[in-house]
Design a protein around this ligand. Structure first.
Ligand code: SF4
Length: 424
């Protein structure tokens, strides 16, 4: 299949940025400060970190995009301009924007623009209009693949180019959380929590349980599935061939609020899957089931395979609230040493014991995420069944880890049980 494509990954913090860069992403999108759609999330970069973020992406030979896609108020114009100036100076490849103040200013200083999903671009004329200022546009998530293919065909036939002079590129989401509302058109959080989703402060009221109330008697009924507004996650793994055939060329993974191991896992799954389809023209059954088992391991609200892209209505609701991955992370300690010549990591178990050959995960700012299926450790020159809390264990790793990296045990999740363990 002769089709070039770009896998765009979320980078919520340094660990997930590194995880994306090491796992096969071609580009990473990040947020800085509060003028982006994850301003409410704890994970975001500071303006003074932008140079370092771009340097890491460049060193890996990848592109780096800055999301600046909230609605902007007058009082924020100066802050927005400063951020654009800083992004331009740092060498950011493009800003992802929807507000015309951002688009106009970014263009005026020669900073490339990508049209954000917040623009809700759903037809050829809207796309043609956006091509006046954007080299890449994200289409609304609610389009069917045949609509996307038709737009892509017209871009080629009519030679619709962005300001760079190159054919306009179409970007679509391929994996991650979906909204019950249309992209960029939800006011639920604004109404119920006084925090606007369109200002990056969604409190996700749609993810809560709801009940039906008889307005006359006040009697309430709990619905069989009370998560009636919480869609399952989009998953395109089984439809990679159709994705490539649609003509879209930038495939975006949702999840700037997700952890480094999530980013590493999802990016590496789609890298492998898309490369196989690009090479052979299809994804083998063996690869599909192996890669799906890997996707199911990390955070998910269970999956809607193909989503709106197959022309279906949203009809897939989470059965349980929160994460439905069968695996859960338990924080146990930190890397306290790394012996480069022998590739041995030393971990101090600050928070609990760790069983011999347990499944483990190491995450860190530069390390990204490293999974260890069977962690065979040594303690005091022996191989005990259990390493107690407070002990220092050592084991071999296949790439460098760093002092301060976090060490987790991966354990089976107990459903229906409220856990205080770290969420994946
Ligand atoms: S409330 Fe739910 S549907 Fe609305 S923007 Fe937030 S996540 Fe999306």
């Amino acid at each position: 299949m002769n089709h070039s494509f770009e896998i765009m990954a979320p980078g919520g913090d340094f660990a997930s940025l590194s995880a994306a860069l090491r796992s096969g992403a071609d580009s990473v999108y990040i947020g800085v400060g509060d003028l982006n759609m994850r301003s409410h999330a704890t994970m975001n970069f500071q303006i003074e970190e932008l140079e370092e973020v771009v340097r890491l992406a460049r060193a890996a030979g990848k592109k780096l995009y800055l999301t600046l896609n909230t609605i902007i108020f007058n009082s924020e114009l100066e802050k927005m301009r400063q951020l654009c100036d800083h992004a331009k100076k740092a060498g950011v490849d493009a800003v992802i924007a929807s507000d015309f103040a951002v688009i106009s200013y970014a263009r005026s200083i020669g900073l490339s623009v990508h049209g954000s999903v917040q623009m809700n671009l759903s037809n050829l004329e809207a796309v043609r209009f956006a091509a006046q200022f954007a080299d890449v546009v994200v289409l609304a998530r609610e389009l069917a693949l045949e609509d996307i293919a038709s737009i892509c065909r017209s871009i080629k036939e009519e030679n619709i180019c962005g300001p760079s002079g190159d054919l306009l590129k179409i970007e679509i989401f391929i994996h991650g959380a979906l909204c019950v509302a249309q992209s960029g058109r939800c006011f639920m959080s604004q109404i119920s929590c006084n925090q606007s989703a369109n200002r990056g402060r969604c409190f996700q009221p749609c993810r809560r349980k709801y009940e039906i109330k008889d307005a006359d008697s006040g009697m309430t009924f709990l619905l069989e599935n009370s998560n009636v507004m919480s869609p399952t996650d989009l998953c395109m793994l089984y439809h990679l061939k159709e994705l490539l055939e649609s003509g879209a060329s930038v495939f975006k993974i949702e999840g700037r609020g997700r952890s480094a191991d999530y980013v590493a896992n999802v990016v590496s799954v789609y890298r492998e899957g898309l490369d196989e389809v690009a090479e052979k023209g299809f994804l083998s059954d063996e690869s599909a089931s192996r890669l799906m088992a890997r996707l199911e391991k990390t955070f998910n609200r269970s999956f809607w395979h193909g989503g709106y892209y197959l022309g279906e209505n949203l009809d897939e609701w989470s059965k349980l609230s929160g994460n439905q991955s069968p695996v859960q992370k338990k924080f146990l300690g930190r890397v306290t040493n790394f012996f480069a010549r022998s590739m041995i990591a030393e971990i101090t178990l600050e928070a609990g014991e760790f069983p011999q050959d347990g499944q483990a995960l190491i995450t860190g700012k530069i390390t990204g995420a490293m999974e260890l299926e069977k962690c065979h450790f040594m303690l005091d020159e022996k191989y005990p069944e259990i390493a107690p809390k407070g002990s220092q264990i050592t084991f071999k790793v296949d790439r460098k880890v760093r002092r301060g990296d976090l060490f987790y045990q991966e354990i089976p999740r107990k459903f229906g049980y409220i856990s205080n363990l770290d969420e994946a």
